[in-house]
Ligand binder design. Structure first.
Ligand code: COA
Length: 154
């Protein structure tokens, strides 16, 4: 998992808010992170695997406070060589279905670069709507980027 995330973070031009060398979890910390998510009834951590390797990851992470425990924040990545082959769509289908049946989640929120048309298309396909634009929200590779706040209400 650590190698997977580091590789994604190092990818030139990728539209995520994590940069090269910024993922600093040790193996023990990563194990604990996964165990913590598994123990929470309002969080989900999905791994797509093919030919023995990790090819995609989706996380839904919710707050622990009562006022926010119905809201999950979604993050998704697919390994470069596996994009455009339905992995992201499969992960999204599973996650939205899981949330609908969780009995806890009534809102899924995500942030996406306004230029990331592939991801925006995928999210809209799964019912997410753009709620607003955060201008200059991210700074990556020498440029500021705007992002959209998108959400699905359940
Ligand atoms: C965004 C991402 C998760 C999508 O996953 P994926 O496995 O590539 O997507 P899928 O193959 O399941 O395709 C999903 C939809 O996007 C479309 N799509 C795929 N690649 C595309 C491309 N390059 N341009 C336009 N549309 C594209 C597919 O046609 C499909 O739509 P359809 O079902 O209407 O035909 C993946 O591309 C990725 O990890 N990108 C880099 C990291 C990233 O941007 N993460 C999101 C941060 S918010």
């Amino acid at each position: 998992m650590i190698a997977y995330v580091n590789r994604i973070a190092e990818e030139p031009g990728i539209s995520i808010g994590l940069g090269p060398g910024e993922f600093k979890l040790t193996v023990e910390q990563e194990k604990q992170f996964i165990a913590d998510r598994a123990a929470e009834d309002n969080s989900l951590f999905l791994v797509a695997e093919a030919v023995g390797e990790i090819v995609g990851v989706l996380s839904l992470r919710s707050g622990l406070r009562r006022a926010m425990c119905h809201e999950a924040v979604l993050g998704i990545t697919v390994k470069q060589e596996w994009r455009g082959r339905g992995v992201g769509d499969t992960l999204m289908t599973y996650a939205v279905d899981w949330a609908r049946h969780s009995g806890v989640i009534s809102r899924i929120e995500l942030h996406v670069f306004t230029t990331n048309t592939t991801a925006i298309h995928l999210y809209q396909k799964h019912g997410f709507e753009i709620e607003g634009c955060r201008r200059k929200a991210l700074f990556r590779e020498g440029l500021y980027h705007d992002d959209y706040v998108m959400a699905l209400l359940i």
